[in-house]
Design a protein. Structure first.
Length: 642
């Protein structure tokens, strides 16, 4: 029987504390198959078990879900989880069923029969966890229904959706404050992987969590290697990158539907299993493609940013962007979908001058007020700073979230796992070239009342004999031909850098460039400009490709690992669930290395809970013994000589 917990002050003292945490640890081991909590999980779990409210910031793959799933199983009643997407709910519910947890969901995808069954089980007290969309939860009928049952806790997942400054604002989240008003004694847990200090404050204010304890884990994902390149030929660059990841699951983000279709067609023609995903496809097609991505191994999803939230696929080995995201929050959230299993993964991106221009135009033309434009500009400038930095990308990324990065060897701001650390770029004093470029822009604007994009200014500096130059008489400008010492790519990179630094602004009507006060300071010589030289790396010079899971295993364990993966794939296909819901690669690796001889030993492997041990144990042990027999050795690892 579940313990009755005192939820007032001091609930964590004495025997009540020990009973709740003993129960939590037992559930962690028996249900989820983990021997101990990681990082701040134990502290969060004990706080919520005692009835405390919490805001939890934890990176993707850091184990946020356990921070409310375990307390929901410890505390009496049903835990209610607010989730923004049907796919996210379905994923969580399916995974919980595999672990033997009584979980259901209520959303528009449920049939009337399914909804009725869920309500009956809820009223009868037979549900451990109920997943609900925010708009349904705050409906009067749902609120009245929950008033008739015992609620153990409310978990608000993807809580960044409440922030109007965030990357995925969802107005329906604002109504969730009603939970504090109607259930003041029930603990509420808001969870997100992405939130600046400003966003955290807004989450607490809008959700009535002003007194909640805030738990901030490191935002670092050390297994992800960050690589950002200047865009030259995105098709060739993407093909070269994907050649390093043949047969691996990944996501390619494109800015438009048309580019999604184009890139997907190119990858398919190159023999890569690629699927498109965007709002121009029917619901049925999108759902089918998402299911294939989750169920099958080695599928590449080519998508707009409409795809991704709620995708709990742990073995995504790369996330690629063919254009620059609008903010660091978006970039962090999207790249965080790689390597959720903790194995090496890559976040790769190409970006160019046009990305900067388009996003400046988007802000200038937006319907938002001045505060919105200022916030959007700050987000864009931070994203540009990440792209343009000559320093460690990881340190830059973490600094945005208020975290100072110290590497594993104690070095400050050097991670050794991003392109700028592995291949430090050269820098150049670009003050004089910047003055030449800005002078050209100023002369076009001031002397002739004309505003052109960066390409025309570059043509003028290079002394190009183009029809457009002749049409407008730009060969008569004093800056015509004075920039032949630099190549066109370098001039375009400088233009991008000046836009990023706020020295140039984009005209909202036609996209022409003009100088800002910062630009005039540079032109007068009051400010210096340093430009990073973009290094074109050969394939052998690129940041090393993450090793496949099997490559890190000793040779004698690889055959068993592959046999277990084949068994897992067949078992998952027969059950109609993604392979990782049977066992993760990490669990199979541990089994292949430990070679447990019996069920008791198998039960000690991380990720093997009681239900999974009963369901899959015999088949796993059969393959372990078969591997041992084929090798002519016992089903236990050889002892290490003393």
């Amino acid at each position: 029987m579940l313990p009755q917990l005192y939820t007032g002050p001091g609930a964590l003292r004495g025997r009540v504390y020990h009973r709740s945490m003993d129960r939590a640890t037992e559930i962690l081991r028996r249900v989820f198959g983990y021997s101990e909590f990681r990082g701040q999980q134990a502290e969060i779990v004990e706080h919520v078990c005692s009835g405390g409210d919490a805001l939890v910031l934890m990176p993707t793959g850091g184990g946020k879900s356990l921070c409310y799933q375990v307390p929901a199983l410890v505390r009496p009643g049903t835990g209610v989880v607010v989730s923004p997407l049907i796919s996210l709910m379905q994923n969580q519910v399916d995974a919980l069923h595999q672990a033997g947890v009584r979980a259901r969901m209520l959303n528009s995808a449920c049939t009337p029969e399914e909804r009725d069954q869920t309500v009956r089980e809820l009223l009868a007290g037979r549900l451990d966890l109920l997943y609900v969309a925010p708009e349904r939860l705050t409906s009067q009928g749902m609120l009245d229904l929950l008033s008739r049952v015992q609620v153990s806790l409310f978990a608000i997942d993807e809580a960044h959706c409440v922030s109007q400054w965030g990357h995925d604002f969802r107005p329906e989240y604002l109504r969730l404050r009603v939970l504090a008003e109607r259930w003041p004694a029930v603990p509420r847990v808001a969870l997100t992987a992405t939130a600046t200090v400003e966003t955290r404050e807004e989450i607490c204010s809008r959700l009535g969590l002003e007194r909640a304890r805030v738990f901030v884990s490191s935002f670092d994902r050390p297994n992800i290697s960050y690589r950002i390149e200047s865009r030259t030929s995105v098709g060739r660059q993407l093909a070269a990158f994907l050649s390093e990841h043949r047969g691996e699951a990944g996501i390619v983000y494109c800015p438009t539907r048309a580019e999604v279709d184009r890139r997907c067609a190119d990858l398919t023609a190159a023999g890569i299993e690629a699927l498109p995903y965007h709002a121009g496809l029917s619901d049925a097609v999108r759902a089918g493609h998402q299911r294939r991505f989750l169920m099958e191994e080695g599928v590449v999803m080519v998508a707009t940013v409409a795809f991704g939230m709620g995708i709990d696929k742990p073995d995504v080995r790369f996330v690629a962007h063919t254009a620059m995201p609008q903010s660091v929050e978006s970039y962090y959230q999207e790249t965080g979908r790689a390597g959720r299993d903790g194995a090496p993964a890559v976040a790769w991106m190409v970006y160019g001058l046009q990305d900067v221009v388009q996003q400046r135009l988007r802000i200038a033309r937006s319907d938002g007020d001045e505060a919105f434009r200022r916030a959007s500009t700050r987000h864009l400038e931070a994203m540009l700073a990440l792209c343009e930095t000559a320093g460690c990308r990881r340190a830059n990324l973490l600094a945005y979230f208020g975290e100072r990065y110290v590497g594993p060897d104690g070095a400050v701001g050097v991670c050794g796992n991003c392109d700028t650390c592995l291949h430090p770029p050269e820098t150049m004093d670009a003050t004089v070239p910047a003055q030449k470029f800005l002078s050209t822009v100023a002369r076009l604007d001031r002397e002739r009342g004309q505003r052109f994009g960066a390409a025309q200014s570059v043509d003028i500096l290079l002394g190009a004999n183009t029809a457009r130059i002749r049409r407008w008489g730009h060969e008569r400008l004093t800056t015509f031909g004075i920039g032949r010492e630099l190549s066109r790519p370098v001039w375009l990179a400088l233009a991008r850098h000046l836009l990023a630094a706020g020295a140039l602004q984009v005209d909202a009507d036609y996209g022409g460039l003009s100088l800002t006060p910062v630009g005039w300071e540079i032109l007068r010589g009051d400010r210096e400009v340093t430009l990073r030289r973009d290094i074109r790396q050969s394939a052998s010079d690129r940041a090393s490709r993450p090793r496949r899971a099997v490559e890190d295993l000793p040779q004698q364990d690889r055959a068993l690992f592959e046999a277990l993966r084949e068994w897992r794939s067949a078992t998952a296909s027969e059950a109609g669930i993604p392979a990782y819901m049977v066992f993760s690669d990490a669990t199979l690796r541990e089994i292949a290395s430990a070679r447990p001889p019996d069920a008791a030993a198998l039960g000690t492997v991380s990720g093997v809970g009681v239900v999974k041990l009963e369901r899959y144990g015999p088949a796993v042990l059969e393959r372990v013994r078969a591997a041992a027999a084929a090798e002519g050795s016992p089903a236990t690892p050889p002892s290490t000589p003393s």
